[in-house]
Write a protein that binds this ligand. Structure first.
Ligand code: SAM
Length: 213
């Protein structure tokens, strides 16, 4: 299978359907090879726009969801980002291109096997500005806060207070709220004000943890 051609076709479809609209996100998608982040037995499906099984009952997110979240977060070079739910590491890899060599992305994963796999996948893809941490991401990472952007790749019952506390003033947070079928919710912190907007419906595995299910 010609992965490079499959990748270009996927990116074109994501542009035509409006999920990718910036050159930066397009370039990040073209830079990252999704086949490095899926189990070898599923690599032939790497450029289908759907989640795929990565073991432990978890999935790599669908490319359109990664694109939608990257565009909504308005990610720029040099930002510090917190990701809750590393999964395969693919989403983090795309974001790592957007923040560039001067940015940092901390990603927390609660299942140790997945955290170790994500680390290996990122190494295979040559990414070195992502730090994978094992633990309950619903608590955030206070030692590395504040974060310019925070995004959660699993569905929460509500916005975990530690994540709001660890968001920089002027920062943005994206989180799916609900059980299985949820609402992708965007939060902007402006001083004491929290401005919240629902971007649309989505489906995610649950956030399991102190501030999760
Ligand atoms: N975006 C990832 C990718 O591209 O592969 C997929 C993320 S997957 C949909 C959601 C991940 O969140 C799972 O790996 C799951 O183990 C993790 N997760 C669930 N609750 C968590 C928590 N409290 N802290 C950290 N990770 C959590």
């Amino acid at each position: 299978m010609e992965f490079a051609m499959e990748k270009e076709k996927l990116v074109l479809r994501l542009k035509q359907s409006g999920y990718i609209h910036s050159k930066e996100v397009e370039d990040a998608f073209l830079r990252i090879s999704r086949e490095f982040f899926v189990p070898p037995s599923l690599s032939r499906f790497a450029y289908e726009d759907r989640p795929l099984d990565i073991g432990e009952g978890q999935t790599i997110s669908a490319p359109h969801m990664v694109a939608l979240m990257a565009e909504a977060l308005d990610v720029r070079s040099g930002l510090t980002i917190l990701e809750v739910g590393s999964g395969s590491g693919y989403h983090a890899a795309v974001m790592s291109v957007l923040i560039g060599p001067n940015g940092r992305l901390y990603s927390v994963e609660r299942i140790p096997n997945l955290a170790e796999n994500a680390q290996k996948n990122l190494e295979k893809a040559g990414i070195n500005n992502v730090i994978i941490c094992k633990g309950d991401g619903s608590l955030g990472l206070p030692d590395h806060s504040p974060f310019d952007r925070i995004y959660v790749t699993c569905a929460a019952p509500d916005i975990p207070q530690p994540l709001i506390d660890q968001l920089e003033d002027g920062g943005k947070l994206l989180i799916p709220i609900g059980r299985v079928y949820c609402e992708l919710t965007s939060i902007e912190k402006r001083g004491e004000d929290i401005i919240s907007k629902v971007l649309g419906g989505c489906a995610f595995v649950p956030l399991i943890g102190k501030h999760g299910f």
